[in-house]
Design a protein. Structure first.
Lengths: 170, 458
């Protein structure tokens, strides 16, 4: 657990701020808070997670209270409140995927990476976790990797090995 | 071969582009609607079609539209619910991925009918690839004059935006979705007021599922009466069914409502039977929230008549011997699957996804998960089974939104139909860890009275 006081300040690049501005334009005047979820996705894509200093900056940008950002970031499962590996393998663990072997796939990933759910590998490259239904039940088992959230479907132990090796050599 | 209205051109190369989509007749509905019909006439066609909400509740779409308040000088909104997260359901992702323009076209026609000048498609955040696909399709439609200012020279203006969610099942509930779209936690609102009166930013709003909106396109092209000729009884039209689990050919199928369940599972045109030569043990016919049914009651009513894929037929027999069409998430379980384990898995899902606002759901889903966990892992007591029934009854009907019911029903129905398997887990705690109960002698219809089920209609 990285304590709040240990979290480094961040700066938003002008390119990122241009993207924020584009998003805010989608909503009526005064309703800029609607941009919060999309902006947090951009922040996470940029920094790998949503740190408290980053959330404070988002609050400042949207002219809302920091607590309004924290309560949202902690409610939704996609935002990481702690640093993760560069690649977070999110494996669907809900019913239909489990009918066709998702638990076995998760066990295999745990062995292959040598870290438990939620932990980061020593090289900082990988984390993994079980997530709830990813709406791809017909192509199960599935996993996704942010920030693009590419789906990998019909997983086997071999295809997972291949995927991890490919990411490692990238 | 059933008629296809939504997926007819799914295999045409390039159908995701505006050019090919138009070659196949795309955007005719926009031209027809905006140039030749009034908004009220479009609402009338949708009413005549008998289209019912495809997200799960099955409420008539035309009627929902007609409830929309139209005060002077207040904007109205159409919001598309693409927060598809119900376990077993993946049709909307499929549709948006392969034929994004079907949704965009439906959004334009529907927005015109409702008098909306700004509309949003709320897509679950995990579907970033589909969000990019939709954004590209919107840009194409705008460049071709189907979106933006003065559409097709008619003076009608519409801006369409895609909004990503943050990963929360609850945001599929329409008022939680609106909260989320306003940049807040996805806590469902107390109704009334319904979104038709006070929705997004307090303005009159209609929230419709992806498939419902896409279905407006064939309804406008061919007329509501033609659409209503497809299907059976009050289940008109076609429905996308997401088939998953132990099937030979899982995937998304468009069926004419009224197709026999047996044909859907076993014919080569659809799922092709149970995978690996196994036998069917049970199904969840409409997404994880609907009652699980054993194989015999899936295929036939308690009186032996064949069950059909329709709103009415699937719910025939009430909760004693029936289920619901729901979102059309059809999950098949083969003879090797453990009902206790699956029920625990679903309970964990609802516990994880409960927003925490109402205590019966926040606390009750946790209890369900814990008690099912100990039953599954060999620490259960016989009294746990009735405890589960008791907890699920105390959640049901006592929450602001239907998530509580959705969490309670799978547990209650699993015990109703598979009680002997739960008992076996208590009696054989060691054996149940390494082997499965198998098919057994399931589901002799139960005599005891089952209380009337309230359905959330809006």
């Amino acid at each position: 657990m990285l304590k709040v006081e240990e979290q480094q300040p961040v700066e938003f690049s002008s390119a990122l701020l241009v993207n924020f501005d584009e998003i805010v334009k989608r909503y009526p005047a005064g309703k800029q808070k609607s941009a919060l979820l999309p902006i947090l996705h951009l922040v996470q894509a940029e920094f790998g997670w949503t740190s408290v200093p980053a959330m404070d900056k988002v609050a400042e940008y949207l002219n809302i209270e920091p607590i309004e950002v924290y309560e949202v970031a902690s409610f939704y499962s996609m935002y990481f409140l702690q640093p993760k590996g560069k690649y977070v393998l999110e494996v669907c663990r809900t019913g239909p995927c489990c009918l066709v072997g998702a638990e076995k796939i998760m066990g295999h990933i745990e062995n292959k990476l040598g870290v438990k759910e939620g932990e980061v590998t020593a090289d900082g490259l990988f984390s993994w976790r079980g997530v709830e239904c990813l709406a791809a039940c017909g192509f199960a088992p599935v996993l996704q990797i942010g920030p693009e959230y590419t789906f990998y479907e019909n997983l086997t132990e071999q295809s997972v090995d291949q995927l991890i090796d490919d990411l490692r050599n990238k | 071969m059933g008629r296809k209205l939504l997926l007819e051109h799914i295999n045409v190369p390039g159908i995701n582009t505006l050019e090919v989509y138009r070659q196949k007749g795309g955007y005719r509905a926009v031209e027809k609607a905006i140039k030749t019909l009034t908004p009220d006439e479009i609402v009338e066609e949708v009413k005549k079609s008998g289209l019912r909400g495809r997200g799960g509740a099955g409420f008539p779409t035309g009627m929902k539209w007609s409830f929309l308040a139209k005060p002077e000088g207040v904007p109205r909104y159409l919001v598309c619910n693409a927060d598809e997260s119900e376990p077993g359901t993946f049709k909307d992702r499929y549709l948006m991925n392969y034929i994004p323009h079907a949704l965009i076209e439906g959004m334009i026609v529907s927005s015109f009918a409702l008098g909306a000048n700004t509309s949003y498609i709320y897509v679950r955040g995990e579907m970033m690839p589909q969000i990019r696909i939709l954004e590209k399709a919107i840009a194409e439609a705008k460049a071709a004059g189907f979106l933006g200012q003065n559409i097709l020279g008619t003076g009608y203006n519409l801006e369409l935006y895609v909004q990503p969610g943050g990963g929360a099942y609850i945001c599929g509930e329409e008022t939680a979705l609106l909260e989320s779209l306003e940049g807040k936690r996805g806590n469902p609102r107390i109704k009334p007021p319904f979104p038709a009166i006070a929705g997004l930013y307090g303005c009159p709003t209609v929230v419709n599922n992806v498939e419902s909106i896409a279905a407006v396109v064939p309804i406008i092209n061919d007329g509501g009466d033609e659409y209503a000729k497809i299907g059976i009884g009050r289940s008109t039209g076609t429905k996308l069914i997401s088939a998953s689990g132990n099937l030979v050919k899982p995937g998304v199928y468009e069926i004419e409502l009224g197709l026999p369940v047996e044909e859907f599972i076993y014919s080569d045109e659809y799922c092709g039977g149970i995978a690996n030569g196994k036998r069917l043990k049970a199904t969840v016919a409409g997404g994880s929230s609907v009652p699980i049914l054993p194989a015999n009651l899936t295929l036939k009513y308690a009186n032996g008549d064949p069950r059909l894929m329709s709103y009415e037929s699937l719910s025939e027999g009430g909760f004693a011997t029936g289920t619901m069409l729901g979102s059309g998430g059809f999950i098949a379980f083969d003879e090797d699957q453990c009902i206790v384990r699956n029920t625990w898995n679903f309970a964990r899902f609802y516990h994880h996804e409960s927003c925490g606002q109402c205590s019966p759901c926040r606390e009750g889903t946790g209890w369900l998960e814990k008690v099912l966990h100990r039953l599954e892992y060999g620490h259960g007591k016989m009294s746990d089974i009735d405890l589960l029934v008791d907890v699920s009854k105390k959640i049901e009907g006592n929450t602001i939104c239907p998530l509580g019911d959705a969490a309670a029903w799978p547990v209650a129905s699993a015990i109703r139909h598979f009680r002997d398997e739960f008992e076996w887990h208590v009696k054989e705690p060691v054996k149940s860890l390494s082997s499965n109960y198998g098919l057994a002698n399931y589901a002799v219809p139960i005599e005891k009275k089952v209380e009337e089920v309230k359905q959330d209609n809006l």
